[in-house]
Design a binder for this molecule. Structure first.
Ligand SMILES: Cc1cc2nc3c(=O)[nH]c(=O)nc-3n(C[C@H](O)[C@H](O)[C@H](O)COP(=O)(O)O)c2cc1C
Length: 187
């Protein structure tokens, strides 16, 4: 099989399609859809990265408040996720427009989205200008999961939270599990 070089645009996939909440100085909440959401430091401490372009209203809100919440939607929330990525909170109250429920967070002013089964509260540690987006590194200060989305050993049950993926400008579901990490060591 020969290889063909292509123009590199958003070359790494899949990523989650998530909804990130923030608040303005009066506490009014906003939501932005992000594909660029990733783990940076995974245990000690737990740090999540998000990449946001400067013109986004959420960029201004998170830069000022230094807090955000990553809300991971289920695959059936795909239309809401798309809507939240098509309009700006400068013009639209996205909670009201898309019938979403804001719940108070434990540690930050930005709200949780009740309809999303996983909600990750973050405090901004650093902001770096990198290329056409800015990288916000957020220390995770609390994580909430729907009761029926937690396994008996306290981890997230992937199948019940049914995460939404983003790749090649399309939304995807995650498909079937293929094996737990390290499964080849037992072969
Ligand atoms: C699937 C999807 C993924 C997106 N990913 C990002 C992203 O990672 N970073 C970003 O700055 N904008 C991203 N956007 C665009 C913003 O969601 C969009 O510009 C939004 O309207 C900004 O909202 P705001 O102005 O209320 O902050 C994405 C949009 C969609 C639909």
């Amino acid at each position: 099989m020969s290889k063909v070089q292509i123009k590199p645009v958003r070359p790494v996939f899949p990523s989650p399609a998530g909804l990130v909440t923030s608040v303005d100085a009066e506490g009014r909440p906003n939501i932005i859809t992000l594909g660029e959401i990733f783990n940076i430091s995974i245990r000690e401490p737990v740090i999540v990265g998000i990449a946001i372009a400067k013109p986004r209203y959420s960029h201004a809100l998170i830069s000022a408040s230094k807090e955000f919440v990553v809300n991971l939607p289920t695959a059936d929330m795909v239309a809401t996720v798309d809507h939240c990525g098509m309009v700006s909170g400068r013009n639209v109250d996205k909670f009201a427009a898309y019938g979403l429920t804001a719940l108070p967070a434990a540690e930050v002013a930005a709200p949780l989205i009740a309809e999303c089964p996983v909600n990750i509260e973050c405090r901004v540690l650093s902001v770096q200008e990198i290329g056409d987006h800015d990288l916000f590194a957020g220390e995770v200060v609390a994580v909430h999961v729907d009761e029926d989305g937690v396994t008996p050993d306290g981890t997230v049950s992937t199948s019940s939270v049914d995460p939404l993926c983003f790749m090649n400008w399309e939304y995807w579901t995650t498909g079937q599990p293929l094996g737990r990490i390290g499964f080849t060591r037992r072969e």
